[in-house]
Design a protein around this ligand. Structure first.
Ligand SMILES: [Zn+2]
Length: 551
């Protein structure tokens, strides 16, 4: 394998890591401008068919995507994709002043090793081959590799020997709401129309890592994991703590549900030889705002659910069924406890008058339908408008969703106990492997290099921008959007805090995705590091070989 990439990719990586581009800051724009500069330097300015910055409309930090387009001899087009933002640097503690300075961190490797679990072992396994720093592997080295390959193709095209058409895109905001790639969907559709392109797919160069201790493989992925955030408003019934059986403790119901749902391996999405990690809660609380001696009658929590194949409608049906079971069991347990307790009381004969408790489980769409049936569509819309306007402009998306669901629940006049299940943002679609030329090229290149121990797996295991490049045309979009309280169809004038995804445009784009990225360790931790020999030397060559195969 030729190795003239190494020094170039290393230099670009150091340069990009050295510029702070923590998510949601103007630093993301500065790195975008630097990427543009690197692509054009040494006389390559006029070589590209199109190159520039594409602004994110209405973005508070003024962020922009960077793009470069090289029209080859054929309209067949590959997208090289990467993100330029990083997570923050506070996790470096006393080493934070050197978080963006690989040399400074190397000089303090002992302190770093004491801070970062597992670092000593990795240093011993690859002595002298790690570069540390925020963004080194997630994923400025991946962007650096894309720039190096793109520049090489630009030089070739000047000599008229560049067959394939290639678009390079570097996006901000991957670590938060993927605003960059969502804007890029529109951009790519425009480019497609303007130049009559035929997209072969996207090659993302986000980080890869060992999947278990001692793992010697390097991974290439041909699809990606997805994510949904099902949320539960749990309604009990109020009562004084002295007479708890007159009410229902909402925390008890929420706890029973969480016990059944969180870390439950039966809820893993298993496809072929891969399994998602099980769901976990990301937040759980009752809705009391102060101390009193009333039973908490409302609680809420949301669950992180990773997906390979489960669609939003399918997951909702499954969770509804499970929630009904759990609710019934919990209420029955309270009935039993009440019977035993009454039998020890002054009036044991009262036990015969105890009525079994029952509860309701509703999806958000069902709650809306119920309100419409009782009061009409206009009243529903008015209530949602009122609830929206009464909530602050700056409010966490999960809290805003909750606020809307609570308002509708109140309007419905229904009694507890009950549980309303709905989706909070964000939604990341999973993408399965698609038989296509890109997939064939990746498999062939991997097979050509048995010495590298490359493994081609289907689902990239981390949430990434790739989710927004392809959407199953058969997806039941309504089952999703009708259950997101803050959903607003794209194109309407956005109200603050509305959640919107260009689902139709993503379906139109429908790009197969592949992730062929740098190899690293300790992502989102102070021990973040990139393995230089692979990421600077081998990775760009692999990307280039895939392009050669496609061309
Ligand atoms: Zn990343």
């Amino acid at each position: 394998m030729q190795n003239n990439w190494y020094n170039i990719v290393r230099d670009y990586t150091i340069r990009l890591v050295g510029m702070c581009s923590v998510n949601s800051t103007a630093g993301e724009l500065r790195v975008a401008e630097e990427v543009l500069r690197l692509l054009q330097s040494d006389g390559l300015e006029s070589t590209y068919t199109a190159i520039g910055l594409d602004p994110l409309p209405g973005d508070l930090s003024g962020r922009q995507n960077v793009y470069a387009f090289l029209r080859g001899k054929t309209p067949r087009t590959l997208l090289l994709l990467g993100h330029i933002d990083t997570v923050g640097t506070a996790d470096y503690g006393t080493l934070e002043p050197w978080a963006l300075d690989p040399e400074g961190l190397a000089a303090r490797q002992d302190i770093l090793a004491a801070l970062a679990p597992g670092l000593d072992e990795d240093l011993a396994a690859h002595p002298g081959d790690w570069m540390f720093g925020r963004g080194s592997t997630d994923m400025k080295s991946g962007v650096a590799a894309n720039i190096a390959v793109m520049r090489h193709l630009a030089q070739m095209s000047r000599e008229g020997s560049q067959p394939l058409s290639v678009v390079l895109l570097a996006t901000p905001d991957e670590e938060n709401e993927s605003a960059g790639v969502l804007q890029a969907v529109d951009f790519l559709l425009r480019l497609h129309k303007q130049y009559g392109l035929e997209y072969l797919g996207a090659m993302n160069t986000d980080y890869t890592a060992a999947r278990y201790p001692g793992d010697q493989h390097r991974y290439i992925y041909t699809g990606t994991i997805g994510k949904l955030l099902p949320s539960f408003l749990v309604i009990g019934r109020e009562s004084h703590v002295g007479v708890p059986f007159d009410g229902v403790d909402a925390n008890l119901l929420a706890a029973e549900l969480i016990r059944n749902l969180s870390m439950n391996d039966e809820l893993c999405d298993v496809v072929r030889d891969q399994s998602t990690p099980p769901p976990v809660t990301l937040h759980a609380t009752d809705l009391k705002t102060h101390y009193d001696v009333q039973l908490p009658y409302m609680a809420y929590f949301y669950l992180n659910v990773l997906t390979f194949s489960t669609e939003p409608g399918q997951l909702l049906r499954r969770l509804r069924r499970l929630t009904e079971e759990v609710l019934n069991q919990a209420l029955q347990r309270i009935d039993d406890a009440e019977r035993r307790w009454v039998q020890t009381s002054d009036n044991p004969s009262r036990v015969d008058s105890i009525k079994p408790r029952s509860g309701t489980v509703l999806t958000y769409a069902e709650l809306c339908a119920n309100v419409v049936q009782q009061f009409g569509q206009e009243r529903l819309d008015a209530e949602l408008d009122r609830a929206w306007e009464s909530s602050p402009d700056v409010l966490d998306a999960r809290e805003r969703s909750l606020h809307l669901v609570r308002s509708l629940w109140k309007l419905s006049g229904k009694p507890g106990p009950a549980i309303v299940i709905y989706y909070s943002p964000p939604y990341y679609p999973h993408v399965a492997a698609t038989p296509c030329a890109l997939l064939d090229a990746v498999h062939t290149v991997a097979e050509t290099h048995p010495e590298l121990q490359l493994v081609v797996q289907e689902y990239y295991p981390y949430i990434s921008d790739m989710s927004y490049l392809r959407l199953d045309p058969g997806l039941d979009v309504t089952a999703l959007t009708a259950n997101i309280p803050t959903w607003q169809s794209p194109g309407k004038q956005a109200r603050s805090g509305a959640y919107s995804l260009p689902l139709k445009a993503i379906q139109d784009l429908g790009m197969p995705v592949v992730n062929l990225g740098p190899y690293g360790r300790g992502v989102h931790q102070s021990g973040e590091g990139v393995l230089m020999s692979y990421s600077f030397g081998i990775l760009p060559q692999l990307i280039y070989e895939v392009i050669e195969r496609l061309g």
